[in-house]
Design a protein. Structure first.
Length: 483
């Protein structure tokens, strides 16, 4: 570049000198003609001007022999112009390169701690692919960037891939033993939940008539198998704290329910959140299902959750009688009741006397009350019947039906004897046709004669006492029973 400028300056300088000499000669001739008559002949002298730094634009030649001065800034201007042209071209080239570079590259931002959506938007705008991996991290919120493989300020060519690692939040499987919330205030519990990032552990405030406001009520873990010591971040649970007793303004006017039905009263109570108690009551005058009375008078003001009792008619009541004043026949046909009669032996009550009734006398049965009643009457002391001539196989049923089903513990023992009757026939009893205690055992003697001919009626020839010899009993049955 310097050689080029030097040559350029020399050529310009030479051309300038030639041009100045020509101009000088012309002016000298003109001047000589004009002053020819006034000027004495002189010896011609050759004038050689002193060469200085001249410029073509600085001064004009005025005649022969005048000194010519040149503009000293001419060459500098020429040089500067050339430099500007070259610099402009270079700058344009550099700008073109920079523009092209920026068109095909994107400057990476720092996305650490920022939402993944923001990184995706930047990548889409700059035509950059994203490779996203996720991992649990307790320090960075879920769906925010943890790290990136290209640092902030560096460039990435469009179409290339940048890798991000995003947070899944804290590990849900991590065990975080629960503290004793009963010793913590609600604010302390909230702080603990926030620090542990236990998003599935909720704080619930509810009204309580028993627990002071701000105090702990209960801890409820959804999974009954999870203990407080094994609680994991993913387990659902709730900590309840009291808001104290709920107080409502008494601004609900109570209507007159005297002509209302049970359903209408219930609907009004549900709409106004009244703690309504409906009671059935018998009435000989008020229609079934209509209101008889109300605990809060009409037009009186009450508040939400206030208690109120309304009595509703169920019609005429059935009064349970004293069945001791009725006979068994009268009791069985008592109107309005379903009566079941039972008979039982009794050592002190005579026959027909009332032993018990399942519903107390004087009780009023109304509405849907169960009207089934069992009445038990006495049949007196047990009377042991004569079972001589009866087959041994019939004795169990006879003793159950005649005695045991009626409350008497009457039982028997069998003794086999040699008798003329066919085998299996009762030939004698230690006691029969007599009153016995409520707890009694009788000896029944049964024939073991397998060769006796069958009889049409085993009882015809049986005497009151068996005349034929029988085996001696080791001990009288009465003495055995007494022992």
């Amino acid at each position: 570049m310097s050689d080029f400028l030097s040559k350029f300056n020399k050529d310009n300088y030479k051309d300038t000198l030639e041009e100045q000499d020509n101009n000088k000669s012309e002016k000298a001739e003109d001047a000589g003609l004009e002053n020819k008559e006034d000027t004495e002949p002189k010896t011609e002298k050759q004038y050689i001007p002193e060469i200085k730094n001249y410029s073509l634009t600085s001064n004009h030649l005025s005649g022969v022999g005048e000194e010519v001065e040149f503009d000293p800034t001419y060459q500098k201007k020429k040089r500067r112009k050339l430099i500007l042209i070259i610099a402009g071209a270079t700058l344009a080239l550099v700008l073109s390169f920079i523009t092209y570079y920026h068109v095909v590259h994107a400057e990476v931002e720092d996305f650490t701690g920022k939402p993944v959506s923001e990184a995706r938007a930047w990548a889409k705008e700059n035509d950059v692919e994203i490779e996203l991996t996720q991992k649990y991290n307790s320090d960075i919120e879920a769906n925010r960037i943890i790290s990136q493989n290209i640092d902030e300020g560096k460039n990435i060519r469009k179409g290339k891939t940048i890798t991000f690692v995003s947070s899944l939040g804290p590990d849900p499987e991590e065990v975080i033993p629960l503290p004793d919330f009963s010793k913590m205030s609600k604010r302390d519990a909230d702080t603990w939940i926030e620090e542990q990032q236990a998003d599935n552990l909720k704080l619930v405030s509810e009204y309580s008539d028993k627990v002071e406001s701000g105090s702990f009520i209960k801890l409820v873990i959804k999974d009954s198998e999870v203990e407080e010591e094994t609680y994991r971040r993913k387990d659902s649970a709730a900590v309840y704290y009291s808001k104290g007793k709920e107080v409502f303004e008494k601004n609900i006017s109570v209507p007159d329910f005297s002509e209302s039905t049970k359903e209408e009263v219930q609907q009004w109570a549900d709409t106004n959140e009244i703690a309504l108690t409906l009671k059935d009551k018998d009435s000989n005058t008020v229609e079934v299902g209509k209101v008889i009375s109300q605990s809060v008078k009409a037009e009186e003001k009450i508040a939400k959750k206030d208690k109120m009792t309304v009595e509703v008619s169920v019609g005429k009541a059935i009064v349970v009688p004293n069945f001791g004043e009725l006979s068994m026949e009268e009791a069985a046909n008592y109107p309005g009741l379903t009566v079941t009669i039972k008979e039982r032996f009794h050592s002190k009550l005579a026959y027909g006397k009332l032993i018990a009734q399942t519903i107390e006398a004087g009780t009023k049965l109304i509405g849907e009350d169960d009207s089934t009643i069992t009445v038990t009457y006495s049949v007196g002391r047990p009377y042991l019947a004569d079972y001589r001539g009866v087959l041994e196989g019939d004795l169990p049923k006879l003793f159950y039906d005649d005695y045991q089903s009626k409350g008497a513990d009457i039982d028997y023992i069998v003794k086999y004897v040699n008798a003329a009757e066919v085998k299996g026939t009762v030939v004698s009893m230690s006691k029969f046709n007599a009153f016995v205690p409520m707890d009694y055992t009788v000896e029944v003697r049964v024939s073991n004669n397998t060769s006796a001919p069958p009889t049409s009626n085993p009882l015809e020839d049986v005497e009151e006492e068996v005349q034929q010899p029988i085996e001696e009993v080791e001990q009288p049955i009465e003495e055995k029973i007494e022992k």
